[in-house]
Design a protein around this ligand. Structure first.
Ligand code: SF4
Length: 204
């Protein structure tokens, strides 16, 4: 007996199977926030296909999933902790997963007074983080020594031993100021290029 199964198959179901996209690129409407198509795609593919550059996708993934290393040095750290609470809700920006190990973190928020005795430990934690990694200097103490500037025990700014990406001024800065700093860092990550990073690592 002839098998007429193929003849009865609904052609629209076949089409739906053929155009099924990668899960990451599946979206309805304009796409995930911050990741938009760089080219016009045909109308019938617009809900399933996104055309963009590798740099855009990588930067979007990096900036949307910053993992800060969990440590604090003084009073500014209390404000840093507050950004994780429901009132400020750091998770809106994908950076709420504070990691206890530098191996799992890519963002260091230095919050509090850095003493000369503590500076080597802070640098060691930074060195143990995987590349690419970013640093936010939070508060007057980390930026320039704060009220302890000129004392025998305080580092006059963490720029002396760390590459800082964003400075968040204040004594202490409010939690929303730190949110501003994280948004600034996201803007900076958005301008990065994989080709430039490869070039830099070759010449380093
Ligand atoms: S900047 Fe002000 S609030 Fe922050 S650690 Fe220094 S003294 Fe404390």
């Amino acid at each position: 007996m002839a098998d007429n199964h193929d003849e009865e198959r609904d052609p629209s179901a076949d089409r739906a199977r053929q155009v099924r996209p990668l899960p990451m690129l599946t979206f309805a409407g304009a796409g995930p926030e911050g990741l938009e198509s760089a080219m016009d795609v045909p109308m019938e593919l617009r809900h399933n296909v996104l055309v963009t550059s590798v740099d855009k996708v990588v930067n979007w993934a990096r900036k949307s999933s910053l993992w800060p290393v969990a440590f604090g040095l003084a009073c500014c750290a209390i404000e840093m902790m507050a950004v994780g609470t429901s009132r400020f809700d750091l998770s809106r920006f994908g950076a709420e997963v504070f990691r206890p190990s530098p191996r799992q973190a890519d963002l260091m928020i230095v919050a509090g007074t850095v003493t000369t005795k503590m500076a080597p430990a802070v640098r060691r934690i930074y060195d143990q983080m995987a590349d690419p990694k970013y640093v936010i200097a939070m508060g007057a103490c980390t930026i320039a020594g704060g009220p302890f500037q000129g004392s025998y025990s305080t580092v006059p700014g963490i720029d002396n031993f760390l590459p800082v990406d964003v400075h968040v001024p204040g004594c202490p800065p409010r939690p929303d100021a730190l949110l501003w700093g994280i948004l600034k860092l996201q803007e900076k990550i958005d301008t990065q290029s994989l080709a430039d990073q490869r070039q830099q690592s070759r010449t380093a």
